[in-house]
Design a protein around this ligand. Structure first.
Ligand SMILES: *Cc1c(COP(=O)(O)O)cnc(C)c1O
Length: 365
């Protein structure tokens, strides 16, 4: 084998940018050379071309179908990842004299609230900071009807906790779904706005999906430069400036894959994947799960530790030697985090469990 020959594709449990299905990688590669027989690469297709308009339209239609939402909602593809939404949400909806509620379930939720402090009042209505976010905070019993909106994070990527249902809310509910959108059936219509950076369950980094109920446009508080204004982005149908055409096209490939499998089947497999891995962690004498409360455990990000910390690096290289990568925990929490996004299949998790057993019994496999 010469040094440039391709290696076997690894099993990538990374938190994001994350694994995508091999079919998506193959179709995206083909489009880089020739998009749909146009004689052009997808990389050089204009963002106002009829080809890209068709990509946008189809992707938005699939998003609506997968989320079961109707014409009351606008689907936007924006730039800037999750963090730009942390900023755009308060810029648009939080007036200087308003207050917004934030549920603090961990790092991303905290950061979203910190961004909002630049624009208006923020009220942390619930937090699980004590105990280092190893469980979900309580959902508030009563939500002040004067809040401009309530923001929460459906799945806490770094800490491995997840809300399994979208709660009812008497003020506009805004949800960061970056790490669990399309992973299960949810009543998305309970949200006034939800968003997700693409690089976990949707596609590659560089595109951000924002879905907003149209009546939210009436609540916009500031006159903003167009790039930062939902109103202007809606009016320009996500092509206010040069769109990340390739990132959106690759996301469309992933959306088609998601639709072909169906959310119900994906949800079922996600449950099986997570159950299998938690079972092995709970059984295996070397490891312990970070999130103890079963109902708070995420199906997308499974966080665990090795009881003897001196073995942490050894286990990572044991996995690497067996073509398994991306299992180190986020730098804020250490330990391990195995991300089980939609592109990860049951057999990948079975393989990891097998490697964990082999590590426990000092066997080579
Ligand atoms: C990954 C992630 C983000 C950060 O997204 P960026 O695109 O890097 O800004 C935000 N929220 C959650 C829940 C995430 O998992």
């Amino acid at each position: 084998m010469n040094e440039n020959s391709p290696k076997k594709h690894k099993i990538n449990f990374g938190g994001g940018p994350a694994a995508l299905p091999p079919e998506v990688f193959a179709d995206a590669s083909e489009a880089v050379l020739d998009y749909n027989g146009t004689g052009l690469s997808i990389l050089e297709i204009g963002h106002r071309s009829k080809e890209f308009m068709a990509i946008l339209e189809e992707s938005k239609a699939i998003v609506k179908e997968l989320c079961g939402i109707n014409e009351d909602y606008e689907v936007l593809w924006l730039h800037g990842g999750g963090r730009l939404q942390f900023a755009m949400i308060p810029m648009n909806f939080l007036g200087d004299n308003d207050t917004a509620g934030y549920i603090d379930s961990g790092h991303w939720a905290t950061e979203a609230a910190e961004y909002a402090m630049h624009y208006g009042g923020t009220n942390i209505v619930s937090t699980s900071r004590e105990g280092n976010y190893a469980q979900l905070p309580a959902w508030p019993k009563r939500i002040d009807g004067n809040l401009a909106y309530l923001h929460y994070t459906t799945n806490n990527t770094i800490y491995g906790t997840q809300w399994h249902k979208i709660p009812d809310c008497n003020v506009p509910l805004v949800a960061d779904m970056s790490s669990d959108i399309f992973s299960k059936q949810m009543d998305y219509s309970k949200c006034a706005l939800f968003y997700a950076a693409a690089q976990k369950n949707i596609g590659p980094a560089g595109a951000t999906l924002v879905v907003m109920r149209r009546d939210m446009a009436e609540r916009i508080k500031r006159d903003l430069p167009p790039m930062l204004s939902y109103k202007a982005q809606i009016a320009q149908h996500s092509v206010l400036n040069t769109s990340p055409v390739f990132a959106i096209y690759t996301s469309l490939l992933m959306l088609r894959w998601t639709k072909a499998r169906g959310i119900a089947a994906i949800e079922q497999e996600n449950k099986e994947k997570a159950a299998l891995l938690y079972r092995e962690i709970d059984r295996n004498g070397l490891f312990e799960a970070v999130v103890k409360k079963e109902t708070d455990r995420s199906t997308m990000n499974v966080c665990f530790r090795i009881k003897n910390e001196a073995q942490e690096k050894t286990f990572v290289s044991f996995c690497e030697k067996r073509n398994i990568t991306g299992i180190s925990g986020h730098r804020f929490v250490g330990g391990f985090r195995v991300s089980l996004y939609n592109a990860i299949r049951l057999e990948h998790v079975e393989r990891l469990a097998e490697v964990m057993r082999a590590f426990e019994s000092n066997n080579d496999i």
